[in-house]
Design a protein around this ligand. Structure first.
Ligand code: VGL
Ligand code: ZN
Length: 204
């Protein structure tokens, strides 16, 4: 059994959003098409309280993009984004949602960020996604969405670590590229961890 995991296709991650992935919305038609090939489609949603520790504005004197420490973990400071219940946190309107069976929220604890859709960045708490997929008999996980160099990468790496046969659909993800080359490096890291990098064309 295979599942499509759609990561964080939310208003704040598309063009004009608070934490814009340049052209992020351009993958949406591909993601919508891919959904037709899956009996199980799930999504993740970045879902932060407004006092979240990943927001630069919650750290006096610190700037967006700075790296700080948050409860013992390195933390990049981001602009305020995906605040629970806000328009920015809503799924992007172009995303087809009829087939999405479950949504797993992450980043809900003030003191820790969660790039992966499976666990927080300290691997302390699970979101329920892993258990859910195993309970559905899933053995293959296909990961798509935003952002390639953060939440998509860590979701795919955790899927692999949990023992799923894991695929990244390369043309169904886009990255932030805070540093030039970040997306390429993320893809190489995924590949060398045993994740299969495929295109939507190959899957059709
Ligand atoms: C993400 C940075 C902060 C993502 C979420 O969805 O890739 N990146 N929060
Ligand atoms: Zn976030």
């Amino acid at each position: 059994m295979k599942a499509l995991v759609i990561v964080d296709i939310q208003n704040d991650f598309v063009t004009g959003g608070a934490l814009e992935v340049p052209g992020g919305e351009s993958i949406v038609p591909t993601v919508n098409n891919l959904q037709k090939q899956f009996d199980l489609v799930v999504a993740t949603q970045d879902w932060h309280p407004e006092d979240h520790g990943s927001f630069a504005e919650n750290h006096e004197g610190k700037e967006i993009g700075e790296v700080t420490e948050l409860n013992g973990l390195q933390q990049i400071l981001w602009p305020v984004h995906c605040v629970q219940g806000s328009e920015g946190a809503a799924l992007f309107s172009g995303l087809a949602t009829e087939k999405i069976k479950e949504i797993f929220v992450k980043g809900t604890d003030v003191g820790i960020d969660s790039y992966s859709g499976f666990f927080d960045n300290g691997h302390k708490k699970a979101t329920g996604l892993g258990e859910y997929l195993k309970g559905q008999g899933v053995t293959e996980v296909y990961v798509v969405g935003l952002a390639a160099d953060y939440c998509v990468k860590f979701t795919a790496l955790d899927a692999k670590k949990l023992g799923f046969d894991t695929y990244l659909v390369e043309d169904a993800t886009k990255g932030v590229n805070l540093q030039p080359g970040d997306v390429e490096r993320a893809i190489e890291e995924m590949r060398s961890s045993g994740i299969k990098i495929v295109t939507s064309e190959e899957l059709a």
